[in-house]
Ligand binder design. Structure first.
Ligand code: SF4
Length: 335
C-alpha cells in the first residue's frame, strides 16, 4: 500500500528516537533471531547481558549448531522458558544444513518460530514486507482504531490491519516503529499522548478513551504449587537429577524435589537433614512455594558434582535461588 499519514510521522519519530540496542546495530538474520527468541516473555533490560554473552560465545549460526545442549542451556540459565533455547539450537542445526530461510514462511518452518518472530526476522533483517503483531502492536492498533475486541478476535483484527499497513519500503523500520511506540509512548498504563507522533490519527485520543483500550480480560486465577526439595550432599559434593522428558523443566538439572516431603524420605531414608528453608517464586501464573534443605546422603542412583560443576549447570530458577541462598552460608554442610 502507499504510505499513509500514519507512516511518515511514525517512521520519522522512530528514526530519531529509537532506543540503541545491540541487535539493532547490525541487524543480520542470526542476531535478530537470537534477540527475538530471548525477548519472548522477557524484558529488554534483562536480555541485554544475555545477548552480549551469547553472541560472544556463539557469534554465528555454525558455532551455535556445533555446541552441546548442555552448554546452550547453561548460557540461557536465568532467562527461563528453556524451550526457546532448545528451539534456537535445533533451528541453527537445520539452518546450517538447509541454508538460511528466505521468507517469513520459511522461517516459520524452524522450531519455536511463530508468525510474530518470522515477521520480525524477515522484515528487520531481510527487508521483506512481512507484517508482525505482538502485544505492543495490538495495543497501538486497538487505540488508533478504537477497536474494543478482545482475545483472539483482537489478535485477528490486528493482523489484518498490520498486513494492510505493510510498506514495500523499509518494512523493518515500520514494524519496529509500531513496537517502539507501544513500548515507550503508547504504554499499557498512562500513555504519553502529548508526545505521540500519531495522535492526530488516533481515535482513542480523539474520544479520550485510551484507558479503556485494549479491552481487558479477567485475569486467570493463580495456580499455587508447593514443592519440597532436598539438596543431597556428601563430602563437599552435591547431587542433581536430569529432569526427564515430558516433565516441567525437562532437560535441565534439578535437586531432587517432590510434591510432599514423605516422597523424598522414601527415596533417601538414611538422609541426615539440615533445617528447613523456604522461598517463593512466580512463573507465568504459577506461584511456587519451595521448601528446601540440605540432606547428607550417598543415596542410590545419585550423581554428585563439585560446587563449580553445579554452578555451571542449567538449573530451574527457583532451585538456583535456593542454591544461592545456601551458598551464602559460611559452610555448605549439615553440621
Ligand atoms: S495518541 Fe495516545 S493512545 Fe493514541 S497511539 Fe498515541 S499514545 Fe497511543
Amino acid at each position: 500500500m502507499p504510505a499513509s499519514s500514519l507512516h511518515e510521522p511514525l517512521i520519522d519519530w522512530y528514526r530519531k528516537n529509537s532506543r540503541v540496542l545491540p541487535w539493532r546495530a547490525n541487524p543480520e538474520p542470526y542476531a535478530v533471531w537470537v534477540s527475538e527468541m530471548m525477548l519472548q516473555q522477557t524484558q529488554v533490560a534483562t536480555v541485554l547481558d544475555y545477548f552480549r554473552r551469547w553472541m560472544e560465545r556463539f557469534p554465528n549460526i555454525e558455532s551455535l549448531a556445533s555446541a552441546s545442549e548442555e552448554e546452550v542451556l547453561s548460557l540461557w540459565q536465568g532467562l527461563g522458558y528453556y524451550q526457546r533455547a532448545r528451539s534456537l539450537h535445533a533451528g541453527a542445526k537445520l539452518a546450517v544444513t538447509r541454508g538460511l530461510p528466505k521468507s517469513a514462511a520459511e522461517w516459520r518452518s524452524l522450531p519455536g518460530i511463530g508468525p510474530y518472530t518470522a515477521g520480525a526476522i524477515a522484515s528487520i533483517a531481510q527487508n521483506l514486507p512481512e507484517a508482525l503483531v505482538d502485544g505492543n502492536v495490538e495495543r497501538v492498533y486497538a487505540r488508533l482504531t478504537r477497536d474494543y475486541a478482545t482475545g483472539l478476535q483482537l489478535n485477528r483484527n490486528t493482523w489484518q490491519w498490520a498486513k494492510s499497513q505493510m510498506l514495500a519500503d523499509h518494512p523493518g523500520d515500520w514494524n519496529q516503529a509500531l513496537m517502539e511506540l507501544g513500548a515507550t509512548i503508547c504504554t499499557p498504563a498512562r500513555p504519553r499522548c502529548e508526545v505521540c507522533p500519531v495522535r492526530a490519527n488516533c481515535m482513542a485520543f480523539a474520544h479520550n478513551s485510551q484507558s479503556e483500550l485494549p479491552t481487558k480480560l479477567a485475569k486467570k486465577a493463580p495456580i499455587l504449587v508447593n514443592h519440597f526439595m532436598w539438596i543431597p550432599c556428601s563430602n563437599g559434593r552435591f547431587a542433581l537429577d536430569k529432569i526427564r522428558s515430558g516433565r516441567w523443566w525437562e532437560g535441565l538439572w534439578s535437586f531432587p524435589f517432590a510434591d510432599s516431603e514423605s516422597l523424598l524420605r522414601e527415596r533417601f531414608p538414611d538422609a541426615r537433614l539440615g533445617p528447613h528453608r523456604q522461598l517463593r517464586h512466580v512463573v507465568t501464573n504459577h506461584r511456587i512455594t519451595l521448601q528446601y534443605r540440605l540432606a547428607e546422603t550417598t543415596g542410590d542412583g545419585l550423581t554428585f558434582f563439585s560446587v563449580s560443576e553445579v554452578e555451571a549447570m542449567a538449573v530451574p530458577a527457583p532451585h538456583r535461588k535456593a542454591w544461592e541462598m545456601l551458598r551464602q552460608q559460611p559452610t555448605l554442610s549439615i553440621s
